[in-house]
Write a new protein. Structure first.
Length: 212
């Protein structure tokens, strides 16, 4: 489990074929405590450390390559890194599992003063979980949705996030990993039951989450 608060970014030092997958090696920008077997969010994808000798290496499966943007990485590319959450840590972002739901594409990027507004096109199966002012992880970065429609959603990037992560370097047409808020998925599953708990349903209706 992660928070979506990127600890550092790294650069890709090697991408090697490994069976049907790849072995990805990354050099972190800053030193951080890493051990073999640790889970690390790499551009929002939960991967296991398989080697650590200054660079950190990960084995990436064919399924992960298919469902994320990791297969597009090249040497010297900048990637976001976050170690797994400790139970004693502050939850400054939101609950992020590192299990990417799909890929979005940057369709617009505009500057408004010090802020940068991005619009992402996304599959309908992802957009159904996106709500205005809700949380979403984009390449592992916890961000707040500004607005959305049936094809896309937008976020505002503050100057700190632009320089502390890789999103400031991305432009129109770039593909990003998307993970929606896990709470919406559980609510959807609960509402799909034939006899949902009436008390919880009453609370959801009272707060405007469910229409009559």
């Amino acid at each position: 489990m992660f928070t979506g608060l990127v600890e550092t970014f790294g650069t890709v030092t090697a991408v090697r074929n490994s069976g049907n997958g790849i072995r990805l090696s990354v050099k972190p920008l800053s030193e951080c405590e890493v051990r073999l077997g640790d889970s690390i969010s790499v551009n929002g994808v939960c991967l296991t450390v398989t080697k650590h000798n200054g660079d950190i290496s990960f084995d990436v499966s064919p399924e992960t390559l298919r469902s994320t943007n990791l297969g597009n990485l090249k040497i010297s590319d900048k990637i976001n890194l976050e170690r797994a959450l400790r139970l004693s840590d502050r939850l400054g972002g939101h609950l992020v599992t590192g299990h990417v739901d799909g890929i979005g594409t940057i369709r617009n990027k505009t500057q408004a003063g010090e802020y940068t507004f991005y619009t992402f096109e996304a599959p309908v199966e992802i957009l159904k979980y996106i709500v205005k002012k809700g949380s979403i992880a984009i390449d592992g970065i916890s961000l707040t949705v500004v607005d959305h429609d049936h094809r896309s959603f937008s976020v505002a990037i503050i100057p700190h996030t632009a320089v502390a992560t890789n999103i400031g370097d991305k432009g129109i047409g770039d593909r990003v990993n998307l993970e929606t808020d896990i709470i919406g998925k559980y609510v959807e599953k609960f509402l799909g039951k034939k006899d949902p708990d009436s008390h919880l349903m009453g609370l959801l209706k009272e707060k405007g989450f469910v229409n009559e």
